[in-house]
Design a protein around this ligand. Structure first.
Ligand code: MGD
Ligand code: MGD
Ligand code: SF4
Ligand code: MO
Length: 683
């Protein structure tokens, strides 16, 4: 009789970490379904999660270590790969110092806590400060900025009375939030959508504001202006918990709705109406695009403005607002952050706040740093040649490396230019931690990620790979755990749960903390102990201490005339697609059938102007390159803009269009949401 087990674990095919139930028969996972008792997804799975077994058992999985030779790859043993990689790293360290070794984790790595912890251990043991991740392209900016304002990181509650989807489209990117919204909208919650595309959710919204990409900061300033001018702010809250409000009052005077109308394309009356709705709703929340608002010229200041709006409307630590529930506490193996990562001097606020140094380099600086500053690079759970801005610049730089190592499940575009490609375990093949305290879901919930099946082929987990490599580099002391389970137990311990408790008593996971809506003394860990509407820290590094607005560098206002004539359309790259996570899952047939083409979306008038009809093959071009996609002509999309998805490979890789040199000035993020392009029918 077949040996059958039902295992509760999480899905890591995107960062939401939904709960799943996996049926394992004779050592093979045969079925996966949503875990009913998990508070985030409550038994549901998105199409990616539902097809997870096709990812795990894909015939395209990497099967054994590969070494580049004569333009191709040869299969080698793990031992040979590790010996050669270690020897090369030691030589480079002897010749040039440890800092020439850069390490990169993708999105799976940021939220995949044990993966990034292990990578940090290797980095710091080796002596390099140069850890990179999607942290300098994704939502670290919002974390930093909320820390700056509140001294901690409050997040959006999934149950809200007013959802302001500000460049965030849960239908595609936030599967769990969709269901919270559905439930609350039925109960009478209100919905506002601020987006250059009238996304389907906007059809049932109380207000839809069609905004010019990259101008969100201007809208935010005008909202503040109205809320203050019409005396709609929460005076008690402001008096009790904030500093700098008086300066804000003077500061926002010039930013009238009429001014913002010119900048944003949104009617002044709509701006007034939204200000009133927001200020008059308790339990309202800005659901800030998870990277939309960061990857733009005004990124840091956008996030600051949202934090200030939540504050002056009194929507902090009340049900439905932004809430400061405690982040999970995990074991910290005590790795050092010595030496400054790339960009620490150029973008000091990204690197350091109140003496606390962040172990992240700035990814936009990677291409220009190779080969002088970086000579060896390791990519674990990421695909930067597709996911990072300016693929041409990244590829040209990676080709100059003395050593590039990729640890992945698949032969990615990045792996193709590597010297060594190492097969990685999927999440069902290793132990780990799944937690649910992230972007838009303030749910302090923790689950043990269980090893459900033995590693397939010759794939190794990060723990095994990095422990073995560390041994060869003389860094065994940094990796003291005998087994992966020991390591995960160590990581879990400070949460208050033991490994055994989460394995045997609460396999479905458990709340590690209680949410509290109070504001006790000392909650806001800023220097003033208050919410800092006026930020001395921003002032110290030479930027506006109050929320401000900067036009996109390449946009219609600041761009040079000749450039704008050549590239007349606004380009925003990176709208999410429910069926894929970035460059992943394109090998799953069922998903490809549901979403077969990379679609460049344009409005009907724009299409007509360039002689394009729906379904035409088109070329989109910027100053950095060109891509081929299929036109999607849709009246939902504002005229004069092109929305292009990222994550597709080859000729449809939209990061051929983005520019590593076009950066947000405070934290160095790439502008991917407000570039300029042209579009034409492909011949
Ligand atoms: N299926 C799937 N889900 C994912 C991911 C994935 O790859 N696939 N990636 C995950 C990750 S890592 C992240 S960071 C998040 C990203 O999540 P978000 O950044 O929230 O991205 P989207 O939900 O795609 O929403 C972007 C919306 O913003 C609009 N938009 C574009 N430019 C602008 C602008 O300048 N201003 C405004 N107001 N709106 C604009 C777009 O039209 C679109 O409707 O998604 C996560 N979820
Ligand atoms: N133009 C544009 N570009 C963007 C964005 C945008 O909005 N516009 N969004 C950006 C954002 S917010 C993000 S977060 C990044 C994401 O950037 P990345 O994280 O680099 O993108 P992915 O394609 O998800 O790459 C993850 C890789 O990890 C591998 N992998 C999966 N699981 C494991 C595992 O357990 N172990 C190992 N070793 N490997 C594993 C996958 O096979 C895949 O190759 O993309 C960014 N790129
Ligand atoms: S949203 Fe989908 S891919 Fe992401 S964790 Fe949940 S089921 Fe998995
Ligand atoms: Mo992201």
């Amino acid at each position: 009789m077949a040996k059958r087990k039902e295992i509760f674990t999480d899905c890591t095919l995107c960062y939401h970490s939904c709960g799943t139930q996996v049926t394992v028969e004779d050592g093979r996972a045969v079925k996966i379904k949503g875990l009913g008792s998990h508070p985030l997804n409550k038994g549901r799975l998105c199409p990616k999660g539902a097809n997870a077994l096709d990812v795990i058992y894909s015939p395209n999985r990497l099967k054994q270590p590969l070494k580049r030779n004569n333009g191709g790859f040869a299969e080698i043993s793990w031992e040979q790969a590790l010996d050669e990689i270690a020897a090369k790293l030691i030589r480079l360290k002897d010749d040039f110092g440890p800092q020439v070794f850069g390490l990169f984790c993708g999105s799976i790595g940021v939220e995949n806590l044990e993966m990034s912890t292990l990578v940090h251990l290797l980095r710091s043991g080796f002596g390099s400060p140069n850890f990179f991740s999607v942290e300098s392209i994704c939502y670290r900016m919002r974390i930093r900025t909320r820390q700056l304002t509140f001294g901690r990181y409050p997040t959006e509650e999934p149950d809200s009375n007013l959802y302001i989807l500000w460049g965030h489209n849960p239908d595609q990117s936030d599967f769990p939030l969709k269901f919270f919204m559905k439930k609350n909208l039925k109960k009478g919650a209100k919905l506002v959508v601020i987006d250059p595309k009238r996304i389907p959710l906007a059809d049932r919204a109380d207000m839809y504001l069609r905004i010019r990409p990259g101008t969100d900061g201007a809208l935010a300033l005008a909202l503040m202006q109205v809320i203050i001018a019409e005396d709609l702010f929460d005076r008690d809250f402001v008096d009790k918990y904030t500093t700098g409000f008086e300066k804000l009052v003077d500061h926002v005077q010039p930013y009238s709705p009429e001014w913002a109308q010119e900048v944003t394309w949104i009617a002044a009356e709509d701006i007034r109406a939204l200000a009133r709705l927001f200020a008059n709703t308790k339990g309202a929340s800005i659901f800030q695009g998870t990277c939309t608002q960061d990857q733009t010229a005004n990124g840091t200041q956008n996030s600051r403005a949202f934090a200030v709006l939540q504050t002056i409307t009194g929507n902090i630590n009340i049900p439905g607002g932004w809430v400061t529930s405690p982040p999970p506490r995990f074991g910290h193996p005590g790795y050092s952050v010595e030496g400054m990562p790339l960009g620490g001097d150029q973008y000091p606020l990204f690197y350091e706040l109140w003496g606390r140094k962040a172990p992240y380099g700035v990814v936009t600086l990677i291409p220009e740093s190779i080969p002088e500053k970086l000579k060896a690079f390791m990519v674990i759970g990421g695909n930067p040649l597709i996911s990072m801005p300016d693929s041409h610049a990244f590829k040209a730089a990676f080709e100059k490396l003395d050593l590039l190592v990729v640890h992945d499940l698949f032969m990615t575009d990045t792996a193709r230019v590597a010297h060594y490609v190492l097969p990685a375990c999927s999440h069902l093949e290793k132990w780990g931690i799944g937690y649910t305290y992230n972007v838009c879901h303030c749910l302090p919930y923790l689950m043990l990620r269980k090893q459900c099946i033995e590693p397939l082929h010759e794939s190794w987990s990060e723990w095994r790979f990095l422990t073995e490599l560390a041994g060869r580099l003389g860094l065994s002391e940094s990796f003291p755990w005998q087994t992966e389970k020991d390591f995960v137990s160590f990581m879990i311990a400070p949460s208050g749960f033991s490994f055994d408790y989460l394995l045997n008593e609460k396999p479905q996971g458990d709340y590690y903390a209680e949410k509290k809506y109070t504001i006790p003394e000392g909650l806001f860990r800023t220097p003033s102990g208050k919410i800092e509407i006026y930020s001395d820290e921003l002032e110290k590094v030479g930027f506006s201490p109050l929320p401000s607005y900067l036009e996109p560098e390449r946009g219609p206002v600041r761009g040079e005339t000749s450039f704008l004539i050549k590239y007349p359309l606004i380009l925003s790259v990176g709208n999410r697609n429910l069926y894929y996570t970035h460059s992943q899952h394109h090998e799953v047939e069922a998903l490809c059938k549901l979403s077969p083409d990379p679609l460049a979306e344009i409005g009907p008038q724009t299409a007509a102007k360039y002689g394009i009809v729906d379904g035409d093959p088109v070329v989109v071009e910027t100053n950095r390159g060109r891509v081929k996609m299929k036109a999607r002509v849709d009246e939902r999309v504002a005229e004069g803009i092109v929305l292009a998805p990222h994550g597709w490979g080859g000729e449809a890789n939209a990061n051929r269009l983005t520019d590593v040199a076009c950066r947000e000035p405070i934290m160095g993020y790439p502008d991917q949401k407000s570039l300029q392009c042209r579009i034409q029918k492909a011949v």
